[in-house]
Design a binder for this molecule. Structure first.
Ligand code: FAD
Length: 479
């Protein structure tokens, strides 16, 4: 059966992988030049424990389940997940009541080992927290990942199992005949389809409209962030949340996988026509600082590496919208996947297959006997024990050639990333972490451009930063 998945974010990537597990002939269509460049690229990267969401919602059902499934994802797809644990801190008795409510919700949602800690326990775990803290809800199963790592790994594994990936291709229409999906039409051509999975993130409403399926409006809710250098990594070990409000989980302090500290996000609703607005604002960043100081008064903002923004795909119905269309047979919406969509994604993929495709659409699933669930990531030599890397370099001196000194990324890794599909500077950055360190590409971008041009057999002037017309070299200063 021919399945077309629209969107290679974390949701489309994991759904595509699951489809190959059952032998579907899968095409993944993505408008950007690489995987995971939509909502999945810019978020807090937290694998939430699952106590936030109201029991009975899909978000609640799939979050704790997805959290647990990251164990298998991590092993099979070679994706790093660090179980840092999280603390929701309370500064008064009113906030303590909210913690108790979250604890109750978490227990109903199946979150293990939740506990309310007192001031001394909290401060012994996180000594840089505001000493006025009174209580905290501790969730040991919370963790952090790099979201794009998981999406890239899932797509690589789907491709190994027979899927096809079409990048730089934008879906512009969907052909429906006799009440069934027939074709997905793009700006480059068309793809026959018996089954269409709409995993287009912020643009999911527009895709659904193209098919004449159920309309769920989506608008962006912006979240602005400040990222601090890894030399302050010792200040915080766990993800720190304030007591949440109705609208958002608040401004967080997140220790990333590689030691940087992420502060944010804001929560600003934007009109639907601003789905591309990833700008940061003085107002937003000042708001982040103001709130962070209340959690951790001595956070050194002068250690900021960069600022950025992400956009949540919000819809009025608040829950994930994961349903077969009742108007168009074979069309499945997997949209309005706001937070905790990253955490829930592995469980969303299973739900799409088992509940929507098998149960609701009545499609018989047949296991692909040759499905291989294992994918190996790019070896980051600096993660190896020093003796091991030294041994490798002794046998093969080229393996010691470093391109990015901040994150100790070797030429080998960059070349491997290109072999696996990176064609842009951002493609290299997300796969290897070259250009993501303290110098923010100042010293290594030219080396990466040269390598990209050499390996892709093109002129340096053709290399782009990301999608669209984002060339980085304009011409020669002198011959
Ligand atoms: C500020 C912020 C913080 C968050 N923090 C967390 C967190 O800590 N933990 C957590 O669990 N979740 C978090 N989330 C939520 C999480 O990031 C999302 O739920 C998840 O990334 C959604 O993934 P997706 O695949 O649905 O969407 P996307 O990643 O946007 O993927 C959709 C893809 O479809 C493509 N596309 C769109 N239109 C077309 C078209 N016409 N043709 C072809 N391709 C198309 C896009 O380019 C995109 O790549 C956060 C979100 C934000 C914004």
């Amino acid at each position: 059966m021919k399945a077309v998945v629209i969107g290679a974010g974390i949701v489309g990537s994991l759904v595509s992988r699951e489809l190959t597990r059952y032998g579907f002939d899968v095409s993944i269509i993505e408008k950007e030049a690489d995987v995971a460049w939509g909502v999945t690229k810019a978020n807090s990267g937290i694998v939430h424990a699952g106590y936030d969401d109201e029991p009975g919602t899909l978000r609640a059902a799939l979050c704790a389940k997805g959290n647990a499934m990251y164990e298998e994802i991590s092993k099979e797809l070679d994706v790093k997940v660090k179980r840092t644990g999280s603390l929701v801190v309370a500064f008064n008795n009113e906030e303590l009541e909210t913690l108790k409510e979250l604890l109750k919700r978490g227990e109903i949602n199946g979150v293990p080992d939740l506990k309310i800690l007192d001031r001394d326990e909290v401060l012994s775990m996180e000594p840089h927290l505001n000493p006025e803290v009174k209580y905290a809800l501790y969730a040991p199963t919370a963790g952090v990942i790099f979201p794009w790592d998981a999406a890239i790994a899932a797509v690589e594994n789907a491709l190994d199992n027979g899927a096809k990936l079409f990048l730089n291709e934008k879906v512009v229409d969907i052909e429906v005949k006799d009440g069934k999906v027939r074709k997905v039409i793009t700006d480059k051509g068309e793809h026959k389809a018996d089954l269409v999975i709409n995993a287009a993130g912020l643009y999911g409403d527009e895709i659904s409209k193209m098919a004449g399926a159920e309309y769920v409006p989506i608008h962006p809710r912006k979240g602005e962030y400040i990222l601090l250098d890894s030399n302050v990594s010792k200040m915080v070990k766990r993800v720190i949340f304030p007591t949440p409000t109705e609208k958002s989980k608040g401004i967080l302090v997140v220790p990333t996988l590689t030691g940087e500290i992420l502060l944010g996000p804001t929560a600003q609703d934007l009109p639907p026509e601003m789905k591309d607005d990833l700008s940061t604002t003085a107002e937003g960043l000042n708001f982040v600082k103001e709130k962070v100081v209340k959690l951790m008064p001595d956070i050194p903002f002068n250690m900021a590496l960069k600022t950025f923004a992400g956009l949540r795909p919000e819809s009025p119905q608040k829950d994930f919208f994961i349903k077969k269309s009742n108007k168009v047979w074979g069309f499945v919406n997997v949209i309005a996947i706001r937070s905790p969509g990253l955490t829930a994604a592995p469980a969303i993929a299973k739900y799409v297959i088992e509940k929507v495709i098998e149960e609701d659409l009545g499609i018989t699933l047949e296991k692909n006997e040759s499905f291989n669930p294992v994918r190996k990531g790019i070896t980051h030599f600096a993660d190896l024990p020093e003796e091991e890397w030294n041994e490798i370099i002794k046998k093969d001196p080229e393996a010691g050639k470093i391109i990015c000194f901040c994150n100790k990324v070797t030429e080998r890794e960059v070349i491997e990333a290109i072999k696996r599909g990176a064609k842009t500077l951002d493609g290299i950055k997300f796969r290897t972490r070259a250009m993501a360190g303290r110098c923010q590409a100042n010293f290594c971008a030219t080396k990466v451009i040269k390598l990209l041009a050499r390996e892709l057999g093109v002129d340096m002037s053709e290399i782009m930063l990301k999608s669209g017309n984002t060339w980085v070299v304009d011409g020669k200063v002198r011959e």
